[in-house]
Ligand binder design. Structure first.
Ligand SMILES: [Zn+2]
Length: 302
């Protein structure tokens, strides 16, 4: 640490509301992007590609690139891994402002969930993964599509319950909504690939979908960049934006870096940690340039 870039971070910046994002922004806020990693594993090349892309889209337009640590998964998140991400971003030559980590925003998530629950849009679900598998649920965009077993039922109060979005009721409330992807163009939100998603987990006050949607609004995001593996999640996020009356950012879903087998780079598949390359003396600026030029896309050098 101790480079010039540590001064550009604003770790105590409070979450911005959608209305004051423009007034306290340090420069032209016309484009605000973010890199939002979960510190439950080390940063790998796929993360770096995503970060460089979001950074450049903002900086080339005189906009703002934010880092948000998505550490809502308290049991698996580790502060030293968040630091690993920061050090690697520095090494890649990126400049960012850091907004508060998700673990500091839990009351915002709870308030939004209460609002939805009071409007009758959530219901408790005590099903375990095994139970959902046993019903023969269909595979959707993000795992099994929950068949709605607990909807309209009285759950056993002694079993831990998640809260699911009643997608049918939500769609009745919002009607047809559209979102815009930089490549796919206008997309009609259709959350049926997800079924009734979990918004409040059994072990956390929000799921990824609820937390990320609220944070993007609070941070004044105008352009959400993420891998195309999360394309379908935007259907859900768009419905949540409408239900919670949040501003609607544009989306840029980018292609994923693939390894030499043509499979998505992922830490669980043994993709090498970026920090090993950094500590090994590799030039981070050069690596960022290679990523910019898509030289690593397909058959990449591992
Ligand atoms: Zn259930």
């Amino acid at each position: 640490m101790g480079s010039h870039m540590s001064e550009t971070r604003i770790s105590s910046l409070p979450p911005r509301s959608s209305t004051d994002a423009a007034s306290d922004a340090p420069s032209d806020p016309s484009i605000v992007t973010r890199f939002a990693p979960s510190p439950n594993g080390k940063m790998h090349l796929g993360h770096a590609f995503s970060a460089v892309l979001a950074h450049d889209l903002a900086k080339e337009a005189g906009g703002i690139f934010l880092l948000r640590i998505e550490d809502i998964d308290g049991a698996r998140s580790r502060p030293e891994l968040a630091d690993d991400f920061r050090r690697n971003l520095e090494w890649l030559g990126l400049e960012w402002d850091e907004v508060p980590a998700q673990s500091t925003r839990l009351s915002t998530y709870e308030a939004a969930a209460s609002d939805l629950a009071e409007r009758g849009l959530l219901y408790p679900c005590t099903c375990t993964r095994k139970e959902i598998e046993a019903i023969g649920a269909q595979q959707g965009a993000d795992g099994l599509i929950y068949p709605g077993t607990c909807k309209g039922q009285n759950c056993d109060p002694d079993r831990p319950a998640a809260l699911r979005l009643n997608v049918e009721a939500a769609m009745r409330e919002v009607g047809e909504v559209v979102w815009t992807d930089e490549t796919a163009g206008a997309v009609i939100a259709d959350p049926r690939e997800f079924g009734d998603v979990v918004l409040v987990r059994k072990d956390a006050p929000a799921s990824y979908h609820l937390a990320a949607t609220l944070d993007d609004a609070a941070d004044g995001m105008t352009l959400v960049t993420r891998g195309e593996d999360l394309f379908a999640a935007t259907h859900i996020h768009r419905i949540l934006q409408e239900l919670l009356r949040l501003p609607v950012p544009h989306c840029h879903h980018h292609a994923l870096l693939l390894d030499t087998d043509g499979k998505k780079l992922a830490k669980r598949r043994g993709s090498p940690a970026l920090s090993e390359r950094r500590i090994g003396g590799e030039d981070g600026l050069m690596l960022a340039e290679q990523l910019r030029l898509h030289k690593l896309k397909g058959g990449i050098l591992l």
